[in-house]
Write a protein that binds this ligand. Structure first.
Ligand code: ADP
Ligand code: PAZ
Ligand code: K
Length: 244
């Protein structure tokens, strides 16, 4: 059994993988008091993993907490922490400095290459929304980074005198209240980013992951495949390669 862990800028995601299959995805907002103790209670029901795969772009202090929980439960357990490279598992990284590509983005590319034949625009709808284009022959074409849904809302509330921080509203469209106008405006910015990218790159299909993937999929005027385990699937590819 492998424990796969993805630390983003908002949430910790994890899943157990057995025989090459990634199980149910768990996700938690780690910006809460008592997070490490809570995580320990969740993980202590698991058998000792053979290996823990870690992908982290979030706060180093939270990563330290997570690793401390793992090491206290399973002393000496092997930890695999892959890095973005110039090429791996049939994918060629387009970045001028390949190690600078976020590891979550790199792992999503590796998983897409293995599990989804064809040309894909991979959209990770997390704290940030990232888009990465992957050609049919495994060549990453580069990508885009923009603020995610919650971040856009937070910035509007933070950067203006009167705008409130709004939750998801019932209707999407032209707002008749400040709350509705913000919610629809931010969601339109997100789907507009995705649809505009597809207009410029028409021969790519959409493959989405991240906490807002399903929400945005439902609002897009184009078809999209959602795979919320994409990053963890890429992480498992690296853990298995390390074991061979
Ligand atoms: N239950 C939830 N708690 C927190 N955020 C959520 C939840 N459900 C959806 N979201 C959305 O998902 C985003 C985080 O997605 P995620 O992929 O976990 O991000 P990251 O990898 O950056 O931590 C949040 O910004 C928020 O918009
Ligand atoms: C772009 C990101 C902040 C996205 O993080 P997330 O929204 O998943 O928390 C992360 O992939 C990152 O820190 N990337 C490094 C810079 C880059 O990819 O160019
Ligand atoms: K992510």
């Amino acid at each position: 059994m492998t424990l796969l862990v993805d630390l983003g800028n908002s949430r910790l995601k994890w899943a157990l993988a057995v025989d090459g299959k990634v199980g149910d995805l768990h996700a938690v907002d780690y910006r809460q008091a008592g997070f490490a103790a809570w995580l320990r209670r969740q993980w202590q029901t698991y058998a000792t993993p053979e290996c823990i795969g870690v992908a982290a772009v979030g706060a180093p202090a939270v990563l330290d907490d997570v690793l401390r929980v793992a090491q206290s439960l399973w002393p000496g357990v092997a930890i695999v922490k892959p890095l973005s490279t110039a090429s791996s598992a049939g994918v060629v990284n387009a970045y001028r400095f390949p190690d600078k590509l976020g590891i979550d983005r790199w792992l999503a590319l590796l998983a897409a290459r293995r599990d989804y034949p064809g040309q894909w625009c991979i959209v990770d709808c997390g704290t940030a929304i990232t888009l990465d284009l992957l050609s049919e022959d495994g060549r990453h074409q580069g990508g885009l980074i923009a603020p995610g849904v919650s971040l856009m809302k937070g910035v509007l509330a933070f950067g203006t005198e009167v705008l409130p921080l709004v939750e998801r509203q019932a209707d999407f469209g032209l707002g008749m209240t400040t709350e509705a106008a913000i919610d629809s405006g931010v969601l339109s910015a997100a789907i507009g980013l995705i649809e505009a990218t597809l207009i410029r790159h028409p021969h790519y299909r959409l493959l989405m992951c991240g906490g807002d993937a399903e929400l945005l999929q439902g609002l897009l005027t184009v078809e999209a495949v959602v795979d919320v385990k994409l990053v963890l699937k890429g992480l498992l590819i690296c853990c298995e390669a390390g074991r061979r």
